[in-house]
Write a new protein. Structure first.
Length: 351
């Protein structure tokens, strides 16, 4: 089976093959693209995300992953057993021989998904994975061949397609260039900015070029990240000061909510994953739960932030964000009341 790029799956809902493989390697540094590709992969394979067992490659032992993949369910022997290993580079380094043996002769109805940053093509494991599984490039698309330079043309196509598919936007090619120039080569940030632009589009998803220039990128994008970080750290005074600055610059409160919600929602998801694991008796480390929701520098900071919040309070974030969204669209739709609702959430996270 051949190597494919994640855009084929995300934009065209096209799998690299017709049958569930023994292993899938999601290759690349972009945690956003790896996460979106994982969700799309499970969806296209008709696998419930809850049935996929998560492991942290820096801590997990191969024997535990092997048992998860090889143990047949007592209730449904035909159910596909799925193990998702985040930070799998460490696992590959420690258990390369065992992985090679598994990929060569995997049990039926099992799927091993590896999140790897590097996967050299001259290794036996790569060649076995290419033969018996799928290798999905989750990095930025390049010009093809041996080129490592990101293809702006492909990224602009993705911006148009992703904007329509996920955010209901109808962007022109020239507008995708405006977005790319303002935000840069980061699909996670591009996704977030497209979500914000959707708030300013008309009922057909159309925006003017001037609206895009006014609302996308700039210092506001960085400030939103800083506000979300301050809220997660419990630095309420700093978060409120930054919010005041954003509102004074003319940003509508309804445009602020999706941006900070996207960042904070990940803590709620991670906390609920850990609580669910405790209830069901299935071991799940904090690193494994965090690895499913965060990447890069955020993943390094998330554990301390979750510990500060406490699992019980962090698990309430999803409800708080839903409550905030309903308020902004209803009782607190006026800017002054919307500001109050956002400040209220800030205090909840800090207390």
């Amino acid at each position: 089976m051949t190597k494919s790029h994640c855009f084929e799956m995300l934009m065209d809902s096209r799998l690299p093959g017709s049958e569930i493989p023994a292993v899938v390697a999601l290759l690349g540094e972009s945690g956003f693209l790896r996460g979106e590709t994982l969700h799309k992969l499970l969806e296209l394979l008709h696998i419930e995300p809850e049935s996929a067992r998560g492991f942290d490659g820096e801590e997990a032992k191969w024997v535990d992953i092997h048992d998860e993949l090889a143990t047949v369910s007592l209730f449904d022997s035909s159910q596909c057993r799925v193990a998702v290993v985040n930070n799998a580079d460490a696992l590959v380094k420690t258990y390369r021989a065992q992985l090679e043996k598994w990929v060569d002769r995997a049990c039926e109805s099992s799927l091993l998904i590896l999140h790897v940053s590097t996967f050299p093509s001259n290794t036996k494991l790569f060649k076995l994975t290419e033969k018996n599984g799928w290798i999905v490039d989750c990095g930025l698309p390049t010009g093809g061949g041996k080129s490592k330079t990101p293809s702006e043309a492909e990224l602009k196509k993705w911006i148009v397609a992703w904007g329509k598919q996920r955010h209901g936007l109808r962007l022109e090619a020239v507008q995708s260039k405006l977005v790319l120039e303002a935000v840069g080569l980061d699909c996670g940030l591009l996704h977030q900015e497209l979500a914000k632009l959707a708030l300013y589009a008309d009922d057909k998803g159309v925006l003017s070029n001037d609206a895009i220039v006014q609302h996308v990128g700039t210092w506001r994008t960085r400030t939103m990240w800083e506000i979300a970080d301050a809220m997660a750290d419990g630095r309420a005074a700093e978060a409120l000061t930054q919010l005041e600055r954003v509102f004074a610059a003319g940003e509508h409160p309804a445009a602020v909510v999706p941006q900070i919600s996207w960042s904070l929602r990940r803590f709620g998801v991670a906390a609920n994953l850990l609580l669910q694991a405790k209830r069901t008796g299935r071991p799940l480390s904090a690193q494994a739960a965090i690895g499913q929701c965060f990447w890069g520098r955020d993943a390094q900071l998330a554990e301390a932030r979750l510990r500060r919040m406490g699992l019980k309070r962090a698990s309430q974030i999803l409800d708080w964000l839903l409550e905030l969204d309903l308020k902004i669209k209803g009782s607190h739709s006026q800017p002054q009341r919307a500001v109050f609702a956002i400040e209220e959430l800030c205090i909840k996270l800090a207390s």
